[in-house]
Ligand binder design. Structure first.
Ligand code: GLA
Length: 389
């Protein structure tokens, strides 16, 4: 990948890069929509990654090129305020440059970027966060400016929220930034603290990508975001000291029902119970003898809650989870990421095999008329600079 991105840079710009950085895509292990409610979440950085080769220029031009045949872009640092339209991938790297400046570092010079990726896009693995993190590491190293990992993660989320315009939480950028091979990333999203929890030895991650995204996926995500905000207002009217929705005591959940309509109550119930599930999973994973089935059954519960209470699943995702639940080698499975399409994550023993995965895909094809894309995914390290001239 490093050689590939260097070559793309050199054949595009006819000069050598001065820095190469990489960042992984992520799998959401458990904690669905808990992040922007101040809750906890567990994710894992995948081995799939985006690599960026870069070289700071003498003028204020920014150029970007990918290997995937997507349109190259060129603009000036002075025009970062004119946001590219939604179809352009340039809004991610440009958003990061903009956010770096918003955080007080004035960029004197533009930069040339070449991007190579093997993170499947639209697979719920957040290739966008990987692109943001790889850009931030390449640019900051390119201009010799050191920031903490946490600051870089926050800048990238800021870009996504305020430049790209998605009101996401910190999960995607946090996991891409703090990933570690053989470790899950635990994020306390309220305090923005990051730590790692070992992945039980011999367990595996599989992604079943439906390749289907609801046409209103972004607006549905925003709708859930504001429904949670409305739920928080009501919860706070009962407990004025609450700082975020997950601070509402789970034991008093039922008493919220009379103050909320049935739909908002379902959303809040999902968030509070899901947050508790994350804590329970962490406790199980930290035990000396991990009860894999108990852990996995919380993942199945998480899916059921997304399906029934948060209502961000689809028939395709439900079908895959139901199929996976028939395999004793599958500890748990659930939709991963924002929902309304995208992918299911399965957590399995090493006995779960490619033919098992294929058999699910063919039943899926019989049902829905197209196959799923299957990915057996190892864990990997978080974003970093991998080479400097
Ligand atoms: C998307 C968002 C995350 C998180 C998940 C749902 O991946 O980018 O911030 O909210 O959905 O848990």
């Amino acid at each position: 990948m490093i050689d590939q991105v260097r070559e793309l840079f050199e054949t595009t710009y006819w000069v050598e890069p001065t820095v190469i950085a990489r960042a992984p895509g992520r799998i959401e292990f458990v904690g669905n929509h808990t992040d922007y409610n101040g809750g906890d979440v567990l994710g894992v950085a995948g081995e799939m990654e985006i690599a960026i080769a870069a070289r700071v220029r003498d003028d204020r031009i920014v150029r970007g090129m990918t290997q995937g045949g997507q349109a190259a872009f060129e603009c000036s640092l002075d025009d970062l305020g004119n946001r590219p339209d939604e179809s352009s991938w340039s809004r991610y790297p440009l958003g990061v440059l903009w956010a770096i400046e918003e955080h007080g570092l004035k960029l004197e010079h533009g930069i040339d970027l070449a991007v190579v990726s093997n993170v499947p896009s639209g697979a719920g693995m957040s290739s966008s966060a990987a692109l943001e993190l790889a850009t931030a590491h390449a640019v900051l190293e390119g201009v010799n400016h050191e920031l903490s990992r946490k600051d870089i993660v926050r800048i990238c989320r800021y870009a996504e929220n305020n430049y790209v315009g998605v009101p996401c939480g910190i999960l995607d950028q946090g996991v891409s930034g703090f990933g570690k091979k053989d470790q899950l990333v635990f994020i306390d999203c309220k305090t923005e603290t990051f730590s790692n929890v070992p992945i039980p030895h011999g367990t595996h991650f599989w992604i079943f990508n439906t390749d289907i995204a609801h046409s209103l996926i972004d607006s549905l995500y925003s709708e859930r975001f504001s429904e949670c905000g409305d739920g928080f207002k009501v919860a706070k009217s009962l407990h004025p000291n609450l700082e975020c929705l997950v601070d509402y005591p789970l034991a008093e959940l039922d008493s919220l029902a009379e103050h909320l309509g049935s739909k908002p109550f379902k959303r809040v119930k999902h968030i509070l119970e899901e947050n508790q599930r994350v804590k329970d999973v962490v406790k199980l994973l930290n035990a000396s003898d991990v009860d894999l089935h108990a852990c996995g059954s919380l993942l199945f519960d998480s899916h059921a809650s997304s399906r029934d209470l948060f209502e961000n699943s689809t028939d395709e995702l439900d079908f895959l989870v139901a199929e996976l639940s028939n395999f004793k080698e599958v500890y748990g499975a659930r939709l991963t990421g924002g929902g309304f399409g995208g992918a299911v994550m399965a957590w399995t023993s090493s006995a779960f095999s490619p033919p098992d995965a294929e058999s699910i895909s063919s039943r899926y094809q019989e049902q829905f008329g197209h196959p799923t894309r299957i990915l057996h995914c190892e864990s990997g390290d978080g974003a970093e600079v991998v080479w400097k001239a």
